[in-house]
Write a protein that binds this ligand. Structure first.
Ligand code: FAD
Ligand code: AMP
Length: 475
């Protein structure tokens, strides 16, 4: 094979592209991975949105701010007194950058160890799987492959009359680099990113206002669960205003003036920083030439079938660039599934059991279908819930808010969905995902021995409650 010929080329080195590339290399395929991202130091920064300006840095700040909040508010009941607690935002950001850098370097080591050819630069797909490669520090050339995997990820949605400058009006990139605690922090969009970043700055002392266009808070959850979450966030001082659609924002004398309507009246608010967190769109601009044979949907996503095949022979697309949840683990699993398919194996990902998590406090996690989706589909179901306040471990930890809700088929008892609001929901949901993958029933969860005292007992009890036989609550 000539130097510029490969078995597979991945364009985009986020969790989708890099995981796929590692897997094709493991399977003995000659692999080229192209990713354009650079760190502040101008060095390659593989890992995509997730590692650089998404999942990882946001969790680093969520963890730092959680420590700060707990020390101030939750330690006294444990008999621990603290005084003179302060936050050094610069240090917090340095720590976050260090975590990101460590993971960037780890990936580069993995590329070397797996003999992946990695180019820091841009890739563009032309006809017949020819890829124009433009290295960040070199001349353009063309590489070809038997298969090309598009993994360019996503970029933030913008809204009219709100121009992101990442100094006053921020997207996720700017929101992860705010140099000092803003007095008033505004957020457009009370979705996953808005709630997480709003929580960070609220815990550090900002007054936080979230303006959300739709009337229902977290419409993906059932209303009883959404209400619990909304109540918790209100207690923390997050000012979440539903049904408030932002129409514009201007920067004036270092402050951001935001206009919005609540459907009846026009309002204005002034913030020190404003985060625009109204969702993300596929990063398909300039990714494929007209003759590539790849088609886009009217939302700019690359069109794929259930196996991530595009309309062009030998061209695949994965992750945020295509339909389905915009989540890092979904992107990685699609990358791995495509890699295994290319090596002649049976790659597969089940989008019905992809778990979602919002890393607020309490955390919110869910998998499968909610009640209204089941009603729309005409499926009969039974529900079991169990509050963490009735678990010994939750009370002992001093963190017992929220509950587990399990939904099972009324006839077969097969698990259809689960929603958890509570401490460690991100870890707890795993058990339900596994059971659902094995087509398990609520009864299966109910019969599994759960360690005592743990938060996972709430899952056990919620599963028992489906059959009205929970032990530690009235059924
Ligand atoms: P990306 O991670 O976007 O990677 C694509 C890469 O390709 C990028 O580096 C991009 O620069 C590069 N690229 C694009 N075009 C080209 C080209 N033509 N040539 C070369 N390179 C190119 N998900 C979770 O599961 N859990 C979380 O906790 C979570 N938190 C998040 C927090 C924030 C603030 C944000 C913004 C997102 C978060 N996400 C989270 C979503 C997650 O980041 C994405 O779902 C995930 O990164 C998608 O992976 P991907 O590989 O499809 O694309
Ligand atoms: P997510 O997709 O989870 O990141 O959430 C984005 C949120 O932004 C959704 O709940 C949208 O309803 C909300 N949103 C979109 N446009 C606007 C707008 N102009 N004003 C306020 N909220 C908006």
């Amino acid at each position: 094979m000539a130097d510029n010929e490969f078995d597979v080329i991945f364009i985009g080195g986020g969790p989708g592209g890099y995981a796929g590339a590692i897997r094709t290399a493991q399977l003995g395929l000659k692999t080229l991975l192209i990713d354009d991202r650079q760190g502040e130091d101008g060095k390659p920064a593989p890992g995509g949105t997730c590692l650089n300006v998404g999942c990882i840095p946001s969790k680093a700040l969520l963890d730092s701010s959680k420590h700060f909040h707990h020390i101030q508010h939750d330690y006294t009941e444990h008999g621990i007194s603290t005084s003179d607690v302060s936050i050094d935002v610069d240090k917090m950001l340095t720590r976050k950058r260090k975590v990101v850098k460590q993971l960037n370097s780890g990936l580069i080591q993995l590329f070397k160890a797996n003999k992946i050819e990695f180019v820091n630069g841009r890739g563009k797909l032309f006809a017949d799987r020819q890829v124009e490669v433009t290295p960040n520090d070199g001349d353009k050339y063309t590489a070809t492959a038997k298969n090309v995997v598009l993994a360019a990820g996503s970029v933030p949605f913008s809204i009219p009359n709100v121009e992101v400058d990442n100094e006053h009006i921020l997207d996720n990139v700017g929101a992860l680099e705010i140099p000092e605690v803003p007095e008033r922090f505004g957020v457009i969009g009370a979705g996953v990113i808005g709630l997480e970043m709003g929580s960070v700055w609220r815990r550090l002392g900002s007054e936080v206002v979230l303006l959300e266009a739709v009337d229902d808070f977290l419409p993906v959850l059932d209303r009883d669960m959404a209400k619990i979450a909304q109540r918790e966030f209100k207690k923390q001082g997050l000012d979440i205003r539903m049904g408030c659609k932002v129409s514009g924002a201007t920067v004036d004398d270092g402050k951001v003036r935001v206009s919005y309507t609540d459907g009846k009246d026009e309002h204005e608010e002034v913030f020190d920083k404003l985060l625009v967190a109204v969702g993300r769109r596929a990063a398909s601009d300039g990714l494929v030439a007209d003759d590539s044979g790849v088609t886009l949907t009217d939302r700019g996503q690359v069109e794929v079938d259930g196996h991530c095949r595009t309309k062009a022979e030998g061209v695949w697309a994965i992750g945020d660039l295509v339909r389905g949840p915009m989540l890092a683990h979904k992107a990685s699993e699609e990358g791995i599934a495509v890699a295994e398919t290319l090596a002649g194996q049976a790659g597969h990902i089940n989008l019905d059991t992809v778990p979602w998590v919002i890393y607020t406090d309490p955390e919110i996690a869910w998998v499968g279908r909610n009640e209204s989706e089941l009603e729309d589909a005409g499926v009969e179901y039974r529900v079991g819930t169990f509050p963490f306040a009735a678990t010994g471990r939750g009370l002992a930890m001093g963190n017992a808010s929220g509950q587990v809700k399990i939904i099972a088929d009324a006839e077969t008892d097969q698990l259809l969905g689960c929603q958890i609001i509570g401490a460690n929901a991100s870890e707890l949901i795993g058990e339900v995902v596994v059971t659902m993958e094995f087509h398990g029933a609520a009864e299966d969860l109910a019969r599994i021995v759960h360690a005592h005292p743990t938060l996972s007992e709430a899952i056990h009890e919620a599963a028992l409650a489906v059959d009205k036989r929970a032990i530690h609550k009235a059924n």
